[in-house]
Design a protein around this ligand. Structure first.
Ligand SMILES: C[S@@+](CC[C@H](N)C(=O)[O-])C[C@H]1O[C@@H](n2cnc3c(N)ncnc32)[C@H](O)[C@@H]1O
Length: 260
């Protein structure tokens, strides 16, 4: 077992106890925060929620000031706008801002608070907002794990939306949606109902090229691919869905083409 050394400084606390010889830190911290607040013109603090195991840091240590959250939301909204400008989707700017704010609340209420191997805040806010804009009749998910993405789909879609959840292993699933049908085999063995406004989330670490062929064959209109890694970062995933869309694009454009 690896023994992780716990550290504590005036800037960093990896949830260890304050060392006994750490005299004067709180006074120093208070002074530092006071001058920073004065300099920035708004309050800065981080809420640290101790003694809550099995939670990602996003739920344990997070910014609380409205001004910081507002600034973060406006940056997220801009990112989403730049994506939307390249799409054919119709959207209303103030609605997008509302969805991004709404997501922050939805994220905080998530029944899954440990996101290892799954979507985190940033993928979540993007996916949630786009689902709200598309307002689908059907959502297909291939790769559910603990169910965080199911939770987001359940929260973002209207009551009549039908969700088809595929996984070859439901043992880790912690969230069940009343709108969902659960299918314990690969999607190629049982084709779901597909309508005009169907969204598919491909997060099953299975060849994205095969999934691309599948969605073309069955005319799935809106598709989200997670883990779409290029050759440059393909090593960052233990089980990348190769060939990924980005790798296929790299090859098509003659970038990083494998030598024969
Ligand atoms: C990265 S996790 C999904 C995370 C989830 N979408 C989230 O963000 O909360 C990958 C999941 O894909 C599943 N999986 C692997 N092969 C699959 C296949 N052929 N069809 C469907 N699911 C598969 C695994 O069992 C695992 O639960």
């Amino acid at each position: 077992m690896i023994n992780i050394k716990k550290t504590y400084t005036e800037y960093w606390n990896n949830f260890s106890e304050k060392p006994k010889n750490f005299i004067g830190t709180s006074v120093f911290l208070k002074k530092l925060k006071k001058s920073l607040n004065k300099f920035l013109g708004f309050k800065i603090s981080i809420r640290v929620n101790k003694n809550k195991p099995q939670k990602d840091e996003a739920y344990v240590s997070y910014p609380i000031e409205k001004v910081i959250k507002k600034h973060r939301s406006s940056l997220i909204v801009n990112e989403i706008y730049s994506f939307l400008e390249l799409s054919n989707l119709k959207y209303n700017k103030s609605e997008v801002e509302g969805y991004v704010d709404e997501f922050d609340y939805v994220f905080g209420k998530s029944p899954i608070k440990e996101h290892e191997s799954g979507f985190g805040y940033n993928e979540g806010v993007f996916f949630y907002t786009l689902l709200k804009i598309i307002n689908p009749e059907i959502v297909i998910v291939s790769g559910v794990m603990k169910g965080f993405t199911t939770y987001l789909i359940d929260a973002a879609t209207h009551n009549d939306c039908k969700i088809f959840i595929y996984d070859i292993n439901f043992e880790n699933n912690m969230f069940n949606s009343k709108k969902a049908t659960y299918v314990n085999i690969d999607i190629t063995n049982k084709i779901p109902l597909i309508k005009k406004k169907t969204v598919a989330l491909w997060d099953d670490h299975t060849s994205q090229m095969d999934r691309l062929k599948f969605l073309q064959k069955y005319h799935i209109q809106y598709n989200f691919f997670d883990d779409d890694l290029s050759f440059l970062n393909i090593h960052s995933d233990g089980w990348p869905p190769i060939p990924t869309i980005s790798a296929l694009q790299d090859i098509k454009k003659g970038r990083l083409a494998p030598k024969h």
